[in-house]
Design a protein around this ligand. Structure first.
Ligand code: MG
Length: 386
C-alpha cells in the first residue's frame, strides 16, 4: 500500500529556507507532496518550482509580477493567486497537512496565525513571528492544539535535545552563536563596517535580513526570545555562548548538570527535514561529522558591549507586552536602511532603543495591538531614518 504523503505549503519558497526545503522534498518524493508555494517577487523561480513540483497553487505577492506568473503557468494545473490575503486563506485549505513558514520578517505573522486557526501543524522558520507576537501565537497554538516545530537550527537542536528529557524539567538552555562576521573585529572598525562586509557570514548562507541580524547579533537576541516562547523557559535560564565552528547547534542542561548537545555541520536542510518529517528521521545527503578531523570545538562569552542588540533583546523581553514587537519593527526598518547604506552599523541599536522607549506600553497585547504596534513603529522608524 502506498504511504500517505505529507502535503505541505511552503511560504517563502524562493528564499534560502524555501529552496532548501524543496531540496528535502526532492530527495523524498515518496513522502512529501507540495501543495502551495509562495514568493514575494521572484516570479520566474516560483514558476519553475511550481512546474517541477506540480504545485496545486502558487501565490505571488507583487502585483506587477502576477500577470507574468499567470501567463507562465497558463498551460498547467497550478492555480495562481495574488497577495498576502490569498496566502492567509489558502493555508487553511483541506489539502494542506503542514505549513512551513519561511517568510522574511514580520510578514510571517499573519499567515502563521491563519494556519494555526485552521489547526495546521507549523514548521516555523520565521523567528520574527514569535519575537513580535509570542504570547498571541503560543496561546492560540495551545488552544487549538497545534504543534509548532522549530526550523531554526538552534531551536531544532533544543527540541531534539529535549527528546532526551523523558519528562524531566530542563534547567537551562545553552544557545550557541557563531558570532557572525564581526566576532573578532574591534568596535571602532565595526562602527565603520559596510553592509557588504556584514553580509559575509562565516558559517551560514542565508538571506540578507537575517545575515545583517547575525552581524549585529540581534539574530541571537531574537532566538533567545524564540526559545523563551517555544520551550516556556525564563530568559535568565537561556545562556548565549559563542561557538565559532557552529558544530554544536545548541544544548540543554538538566537538574543533575548533564548537558545534551545536538551536533552536525552547518546545513539548514537538517533542521528543515527534521520538522517536515517529524517524528521520523530521514536520510539526507549531507556532510557527516568526523570528530578526529574537527580536532577541537571552542567557546567564548558573548560581548554585550560590541553587540548592544543582545542586551536590547533581553531588555525587551523583560519589559514584555508589545515591546519586543516594537524592537522587531524598529530593527526591520533599521536593517533595510543599513542595507541601503542610509545608516551606520551602530545606528541600528540606537534606533531600536529609541523606539522601544517611545512606544506606548501595552501589557497584554491582542493580535490587533501587535499588528498596530508593528505598523506604527515601522513607519515612524522609516520616517525618522528619512
Ligand atoms: Mg539560527
Amino acid at each position: 500500500m502506498e504511504q500517505q504523503k505529507r502535503k505541505i505549503a511552503i511560504l517563502g519558497s524562493t528564499g534560502s529556507i524555501g529552496t532548501q526545503a524543496l531540496d528535502v522534498v526532492r530527495q523524498h518524493p515518496d513522502l512529501f507532496q507540495v501543495e502551495l508555494l509562495t514568493a514575494r517577487t521572484r516570479w520566474e523561480e516560483l514558476c519553475k518550482q511550481a512546474i517541477e513540483f506540480d504545485a496545486n497553487a502558487v501565490v505571488i505577492c507583487s502585483e506587477e509580477n502576477y500577470p507574468k506568473v499567470k501567463d507562465a503557468l497558463s498551460g498547467t494545473d497550478t492555480k495562481v493567486f495574488l497577495g498576502m490575503d490569498s496566502i492567509c486563506s489558502l493555508v487553511q485549505g483541506d489539502n494542506i497537512d503542514m505549513v512551513l513558514t519561511a517568510l522574511v520578517g514580520f510578514s510571517g505573522l499573519r499567515p502563521t496565525i491563519s494556519a494555526i486557526r485552521a489547526r495546521k501543524p507549523i514548521a516555523l522558520a520565521n523567528k520574527e513571528t514569535l519575537v513580535a507576537g509570542g504570547t498571541v501565537v503560543m496561546d492560540m497554538a495551545r488552544k487549538m492544539g497545534v504543534p509548532i516545530l522549530p526550523v531554526d537550527s538552534e531551536h531544532s537542536a533544543i527540541f531534539q535535545c529535549l527528546l532526551a528529557a523523558n519528562g524531566n524539567p530542563l534547567k537551562r538552555i545553552h544557545l550557541t552563536a557563531s558570532g557572525g562576521p564581526f566576532r573578532t573585529w574591534k568596535k571602532e572598525d565595526m562602527a565603520k563596517a559596510t553592509a557588504k562586509e556584514a553580509l559575509r557570514h562565516p558559517q551560514w548562507d542565508m538571506g540578507a535580513k537575517i545575515t545583517i541580524d547575525s552581524a549585529t547579533m540581534m539574530n541571537k537576541g531574537f532566538e533567545m526570545i524564540e526559545a523563551r516562547w517555544l520551550f516556556d523557559t525564563a530568559p535568565k535560564d537561556i545562556r548565549i555562548v559563542v561557538h565559532p565552528q557552529s558544530i554544536i547547534h545548541s544544548m540543554v542542561e538538566f537538574e543533575d548538570g548533564a548537558v545534551i548537545a545536538q551536533m552536525g555541520h552547518p546545513d539548514m536542510r537538517e533542521p528543515i527535514q527534521f520538522a517536515l518529517g517529524y517524528p521520523a528521521r530521514l536520510s539526507l545527503d549531507n556532510r557527516k561529522l568526523d570528530f578526529a578531523e574537527l580536532g577541537q570545538l571552542t567557546f567564548e562569552a558573548p560581548d554585550f558591549d560590541r553587540f548592544p542588540c543582545l542586551g536590547l533583546a533581553f531588555d525587551a523581553i523583560s519589559r514584555g507586552g508589545n515591546i519586543p514587537c516594537a524592537m522587531n519593527a524598529a530593527n526591520e526598518a533599521a536593517v533595510y536602511a543599513y542595507l541601503k547604506s542610509k545608516v551606520r552599523f551602530y545606528d541600528i541599536p540606537d534606533i531600536i532603543s529609541k523606539f522601544m522607549d517611545e512606544t506606548a506600553f501595552i501589557a497584554s497585547p491582542t493580535l490587533e495591538d501587535i499588528l498596530a504596534t508593528n505598523d506604527e513603529v515601522y513607519s515612524k522608524a522609516k520616517d525618522f531614518i528619512g
